[in-house]
Design a protein around this ligand. Structure first.
Ligand SMILES: NC(=O)c1ccc[n+]([C@@H]2O[C@H](COP(=O)([O-])OP(=O)(O)OC[C@H]3O[C@@H](n4cnc5c(N)ncnc54)[C@H](OP(=O)(O)O)[C@@H]3O)[C@@H](O)[C@H]2O)c1
Length: 303
């Protein structure tokens, strides 16, 4: 690879959990000089063997590249690494002129605050949310949301594209985080339901391996019921929830049965009670005869 070609751009990756290691690996495979830093240095061993440079300090890692990717548990970790500007002005003194792309989970407000923090240090800031697990990074189905200054995104898109398809959402640094959290809301709630339901059957002596293959089919059947999302979106936009195949009243009765079965089984009640409360409130609001999608009216922001 010739110096000066796009793929020869040095990149720093800070945070070497499974995701940070997957990101650093695809960058190395694409021919980028990659510098890494991690609080626990031994997690860098495989990457160093594959050609990465392990920096001894966060400052040394940042000095090595104009583009710094952060893959941490949350944004607090970034501040612990670099120091919040108000209480402790940039202790590394090296962030000015750099572009930070924070690919870590947190709240949209934290992403907005971080963009301001970086700006005060003279650094550019992009928010990213990677929408696939580490083994899928760099694979054809991988994609990630980004938001922040458009020119900054365009300047670094060729590198970010190696992680997965890029979905740029606009200048607001909170937007990519919002979309990441919304997708994880769907994902985590579905996973919690899967485990709760498994606990329900195992409490009665039905082995998990008898139940889970069918449960996966139930999950896979959801798109057939909900469609590709466009019909639901149209109902929500119109505030109309027609149809009597699966009314809120019928589904609410089942939600009550699930909660009572859970109580009788000694299985945790947090999730079924939360679901039941949505139906209870929809029915109390007079929406019982509408399609189950009318629940949107009671869960949406009430302003
Ligand atoms: N794994 C996934 O399936 C997946 C999928 C999509 C997005 N993501 C997102 O990607 C990010 C990283 O995920 P991961 O799976 O790699 O997570 P992880 O295993 O929790 O790794 C987190 C990284 O953050 C570092 N860290 C945490 N607190 C720190 C602190 N106070 N100071 C310094 N370093 C700190 C850890 O350092 P140590 O090694 O020293 O502990 C580690 O390098 C998360 O925000 C996650 O939401 C993950």
């Amino acid at each position: 690879m010739n110096a000066g070609t796009p793929t020869s751009e040095p990149v720093t990756v800070i945070g070497l959990g499974p995701m940070g290691r997957a990101i650093a690996s695809v960058l190395l495979r694409a021919g980028h000089p990659v510098t890494v830093w991690n609080r626990t240095p031994r997690r860098a061993a495989d990457l160093v063997a594959a050609g990465a440079t392990l920096a001894q300090t966060p400052a040394a890692a940042v000095v090595s590249s104009d583009l710094v990717l952060l893959s941490l548990t949350d944004y607090r970790a970034m501040y612990e690494i670099f120091g919040p500007v108000a209480a402790n002005p940039d202790p590394t003194g090296v962030l000015a002129g750099k572009t930070l792309v924070n690919l870590s989970s947190d709240t949209p407000d934290e992403s907005r605050a971080a963009a301001g923090w970086a700006g005060q240090l003279g650094a550019g800031f992009l928010t990213g949310g990677i929408m696939v697990p580490p083994p899928a990074v760099g694979q054809p189905d991988a994609y990630a949301f980004y938001s922040g200054p458009g020119e900054l995104f365009l300047a670094h898109e060729p590198v970010l594209r190696l992680i997965g398809r890029t979905r740029y959402l606009g200048a607001d640094p909170g937007l990519a985080q919002l979309l990441y959290q919304a997708h994880l809301d769907v994902f985590l709630t579905a996973l919690a339901g899967l485990l709760h339901a498994t606990a329900l059957v195992t409490a009665a002596g039905v082995p998990a391996d008898e139940f889970l293959p069918d449960a996966m089919r139930t999950l896979a059947d959801i798109p057939a019921m909900v469609g590709d999302g466009s019909e639901l979106a149209a109902e929500i936009a119109a505030g109309e929830y027609p149809g009597d195949l699966s009314t809120a009243l019928m589904m609410g009765a089942t939600a009550d049965h699930i909660a009572r079965t859970s109580a009788a089984s000694g299985v945790d009640l947090g999730l079924p009670n939360a679901v039941k409360s949505h139906y209870d409130r929809a029915i109390a609001a007079g929406l019982g005869g509408r399609n189950w999608t009318a629940l949107y009216e009671v869960v949406k922001a009430q302003r």
